[in-house]
Write a protein that binds this ligand. Sequence first.
Ligand SMILES: NC(=O)C1=CN([C@@H]2O[C@H](COP(=O)(O)OP(=O)(O)OC[C@H]3O[C@@H](n4cnc5c(N)ncnc54)[C@H](OP(=O)(O)O)[C@@H]3O)[C@@H](O)[C@H]2O)C=CC1
Ligand SMILES: O=C(O)C1=N[C@H](C(=O)O)C[C@H](O)C1
Length: 259
Amino acid sequence: MIKVLVAGFTGAMGQKAVHMVNTTDNFKLVGAYAPSAKKINRKDYHLDDDVKIYSSLNDIDSDADVWIDFTLPSSVYENTKFAIQHHIQPVVGTSGLSDDQINSLVKLSKQEKVGGLVAPNFGLSAVLLMKFAQSAAKYFPDAEIIEMHHGDKADAPSGTALNTAKLIDQVRPRHEQGAKHPVETLKNVRGGDYHGIRIHAVRLPGYIAHEQVLFGGPGEALTIRQDSFDRGSFMKGVKVAVNKVDSLDHLIVGLENVL
Ligand SMILES: NC(=O)C1=CN([C@@H]2O[C@H](COP(=O)(O)OP(=O)(O)OC[C@H]3O[C@@H](n4cnc5c(N)ncnc54)[C@H](OP(=O)(O)O)[C@@H]3O)[C@@H](O)[C@H]2O)C=CC1
Ligand SMILES: O=C(O)C1=N[C@H](C(=O)O)C[C@H](O)C1
């Protein structure tokens, strides 16, 4: 039996994670953490009577094996650090960890000998999109990314879009992209700039999580697109990660490494 704590259990993804853990035979929900935890009725959030509820990081005294994190970009670093320091293996979906923060968490996980996984996206369609985009960038170095998310998404760009840009940047031949003397008559109209790769973030009600990578070449173009229509689709990946994390000897990044 794998004992699990869900951080961010009151949120949209946290509730999907609680449901996934509650309905998986070899998982047992033992802890649930969210700042508003004191104000909630546990039944409304599908927490059995034996699940320990925490409203503050420093109060957590859990014997969980795995820490699932779907919280906020502003809390994910401290949460993951706490989990590693307490030998709870982190499975992190929360976006917003910087490269420096990831490097420091990897270092800590090696010192503490704790396995863990950070996944910019737990959806198979997005994992494949990133892989295909990296392959295409060798042949189509001119690329732009459009990510589309629900109106409540706080951070931009999405972790997935930023990771896609990094993967493209790692392999595409060095060159200049776009006009030599650009003129913008509307501020920021060309989107965010990651090493010359433009990222455009759309936020609209009705959307969940979607991404398009557009490649252009002389006389032709290639578009790769993925759509997550239901948050439940991320849970297959989370389940794989929870099952596999014990076999890792330190924190790694990317679901593709455990599939
Ligand atoms: N990797 C992936 O595949 C996916 C990643 N995500 C990412 O997961 C994260 C959560 O998304 P979503 O569920 O939609 O967000 P929600 O806003 O619905 O949920 C956020 C959760 O974080 C909790 N929280 C708020 N402040 C803190 C804090 N200081 N410390 C700990 N927890 C806190 C909230 O608790 P309270 O109710 O008490 O405020 C709530 O439970 C985002 O970063 C999103 O990008 C989302 C989908 C897929
Ligand atoms: O906030 C979301 O919803 C999502 N966040 C992740 C991200 O920032 O990439 C993953 C997915 O896009 C859904």
